[in-house]
Design a protein around this ligand. Sequence first.
Ligand code: UDP
Length: 316
Amino acid sequence: MKTALVTGGAGFIGSHLVDRLVSEGIRVVVLDNLATGNWDNLAHHDEQHVTRVLWDVSEPWPDDILPRAVDWVFHLASPASPVHYRRLAVQTLMVNSVGTKHALDFALRSHARFILASTSESYGDPEVSPQPETYWGRVNPVGPRSCYDESKRFGEALTSEYVRTYDLDARILRFFNCYGPRMQAEDGRVVPNFVRQALQGEALTVYGTGQQTRSFCYVSDEVDGIWRAAVADGIAGEIINIGNPEERTILNFAEMVADIAGITLQIEPRPLPPDDPTNRCPDISKARRILGWEPRTDLRVGLEETFRFFRSQGSP
Ligand code: UDP
């Protein structure tokens, strides 16, 4: 039986990845300190298939309780919402630097393939659209988002160096905005905020003019891209965007959320957070070419699923 280790496996994307791995017949070990994750996301798995280890991956790893050999290390542990990584700024810097080093070292000594969850934030506030992997980005190195952006960029540099220096079979995936069930209602991102507000009949909090753009990828599509990258051979050192290339303004997104909720859109304007990227849209031609992957879920369909999830969690 193959084995995978997933850091951050109790989180939003991580737990969906665990579901996929289990469905592929893989035994999974999850390392998570529950800073932003929750074991409830894995409650439907028994201990035989999914081993849960409460651990801060920035600390030296507990080799005595981990398998000696695994087939894959998926490194997803990190706060990912701007609200969370501001609140956990130093921890975010640590998990994406020191934590990434521990994960890479573990992959080396257990002869595993390594998958780094990186981010579109590597591009910062981009001057080209859509963003291809070859774009170097425009990131404020010391701004309020830099704890996330720069530590993810450092993680990319370290991973690339483990490929060059130690011949590690690693790949780097840049996730764009992902959404779906198991997002936390209070994590501050636009999808849970708008869905929660719409369900409660409140005005939607649009930051700035609402003319900034994002591109939203449904979580099952995202996980399919991660899985394809994990099983693809001959792509060590490759960097691949994983996201949905359908770009829309936040204002347009608010209109769609209100429409699905069946409410008249009311907007509560709020100031734009500093360094909020003006646009974000993945060029996924590389993912199409080397993984045969592209997202399939229509935004409206994915949002309806997300609404169902929030309703099942007790939102009105
Ligand atoms: N945003 C918004 N209202 C909210 C939360 C976010 O208008 O209640 C905007 C935010 O300014 C950004 C976009 O929606 O332009 C996406 O924000 P999010 O926090 O989801 O993630 P980001 O893409 O910025 O990492």
